[in-house]
Design a protein around this ligand. Structure first.
Ligand SMILES: *Cc1c(COP(=O)(O)O)cnc(C)c1O
Length: 472
């Protein structure tokens, strides 16, 4: 599996390799014949963790164990040699692999490919930012000429941290050009920014906090026509509402910190990639299994790995992802409708509102997974997630009065929580990028980002109403 380790294989190593083949083919069969046939909720609840795994390896534990061990012990010299040459699946060292992160990775790989006939794999990361770094770096490598120009094309409406990573770390520090797409719905703009030095296309959707959106299939087709991959950040949607790989994207990055870990216990991330992706980079392992490639090569050397405790915490939150995203989306819709008619609110941005300019486009992509199999619905239903933003009438000072007046809703630079949380992007998540970049990304100073939780919407609305009444 590791192209750098073509060393000869001893008879002793071969014994271990042969033994692992049975395990791997049985796993493939189980995925294909059993897990791929389950509904979304069943995959979210069980993933690849089986009764057999539990009884044979984990003392029968019903819940995936948290393996807080740095490394695995080996039976002998040959097993260690085979494991460290990546010839057999093993835990080796927790920077590279760990049983707890393994189950987390498989659940996400399967959920992002749910409902489509695509093979995926996943590499866990210590944060969403680490996931983005991990996903983009392999495409930026120098291919020959050290002075070669490199660029990529990305939606300017994106998370503040992503903006910094692309502008400061890549553009300023490494001379890799990020070409921002200002209107992501304009395919011509995407196309006009691609040239022979372009390495990938990158898009966040829905974007945080402006709720930008684009036509994934059209942008993926454009990328592929240039032999480039499309990377999507679909943190805000989660696989319960949107699975970009099923619409042609090649790689998805997740800040699992957000709605995937709605309890808010910690930071974590993931890169999920289709097998056999499209790229101009000449590396077979990278193309065949991108997630495995970054796990075994790049992340081995950079070390942005996920802690096993956090992996199981997130796994636990993900089990109810579908029903949670449904509830949170419905609550948010009610709150959006309330804000929309409030005299002290200038505008509301929520993709679920019919007069939002991107409502129609988002409605083609954002569906509650398996609603047609849900006894409550019995047919497909659109759901738009729990992030909205709105502008308080009268400017930044009025927004401040409103913000300070909130009682129940928490003031924090956070989102995706089971509790409602509000922030002002201009002074928090998007403060450091400056007013010019905020204007480009359409983030006015009186914009409030609100992520609606699982409280009863009446109580959220009452809190918003009393805070808005403090504004003269
Ligand atoms: C929060 C966030 C990130 C960064 O994730 P961390 O887990 O905080 O590192 C990336 N993208 C989006 C859309 C986010 O909301």
């Amino acid at each position: 599996m590791n192209g750098n380790q073509a060393d000869e294989i001893s008879a002793g190593m071969q014994k271990y390799i042969d033994a692992s083949k049975g395990y791997l083919s049985e796993r493939d069969r189980y995925i294909r014949d059993v897990v791929k046939k389950w509904r979304f909720d069943t995959i979210a609840v069980h993933g690849l963790y089986t009764v057999k795994d539990a009884i044979e390896d984990y003392q029968g534990a019903v819940i995936e164990p948290i393996f807080m061990s740095t490394a695995q012990a080996f039976r002998d010299y040959d097993e260690m040699a085979a494991a460290l040459a990546y010839k057999i699946p093993a835990w080796c060292y927790s920077r590279i692999a760990n049983p707890s992160t393994y189950y987390y990775e498989w659940t996400l790989a399967l959920l992002e490919a749910y409902g489509c006939d695509v093979e995926t794999s996943c590499c866990s990361t210590s944060s969403g930012m680490a996931a983005i770094m991990t996903a983009v770096q392999p495409f930026l490598k120098i291919q020959g000429d050290v002075f070669e120009k490199r660029n990529f094309v990305a939606t300017v409406q994106c998370y503040g941290g992503t903006y910094h990573q692309f502008t400061i770390r890549l553009m300023q520090e490494q001379n890799i050009e990020c070409r921002w797409v200002l209107d992501a719905t304009n395919l011509d703009e995407w196309a006009s920014k691609i040239d022979r030095h372009t390495r990938f296309l990158y898009g966040e959707l829905p974007s945080n906090p402006q709720l930008g959106f684009f036509d994934i299939k059209a942008v993926a087709d454009l990328a592929h026509s240039h032999n480039l991959p499309l990377i999507c950040d679909s943190t805000i949607a989660t696989p319960a509402l949107l699975r970009p790989i099923c619409h042609g994207a090649d790689i998805v990055v997740q800040s699992a910190t957000k709605s995937l870990t709605s309890s808010g216990f910690g930071i974590c991330g993931a890169v999920i990639a289709r097998k056999n992706l499209v790229t101009t980079i000449d590396d077979d392992q990278l193309k065949n299994d991108f997630s495995l490639h970054i796990k075994y090569q790049q992340n081995r050397d950079f070390g942005p790995n996920l802690h096993p405790l956090q992996a199981v915490m997130t796994l636990n939150d993900m089990r109810t992802l579908r029903s949670k995203m449904d509830l949170l989306s419905r609550n948010t819709m009610e709150v959006a409708r309330f804000l929309e008619q409030h005299p002290r609110v200038e505008s509301v941005q929520y993709l679920g509102l019919p007069d939002h300019p991107l409502h129609e486009l988002a409605s083609r992509y954002m569906w509650l997974v398996d609603a047609e199999y849900d006894s409550q619905y019995g047919k497909p239903v659109n759901r738009y997630g729990h992030l909205l933003s709105f502008c308080v009438r009268g400017g930044a000072e009025k927004a401040r009065i409103f913000f300070d007046g909130l009682d129940r809703i928490w003031r924090a630079t956070d989102l995706g929580r089971i509790k409602s949380v509000a922030t002002i992007p201009a002074i928090s998540t998007h403060q450091q990028q400056g007013s010019e970049a905020r204007a480009m990304a359409n983030i006015p100073a009186n914009m409030v980002r609100l992520c609606v939780g699982a409280e009863h919407p009446d109580d959220i609305i009452a809190d918003l109403d009393q805070a808005l009444h403090r504004v003269e």
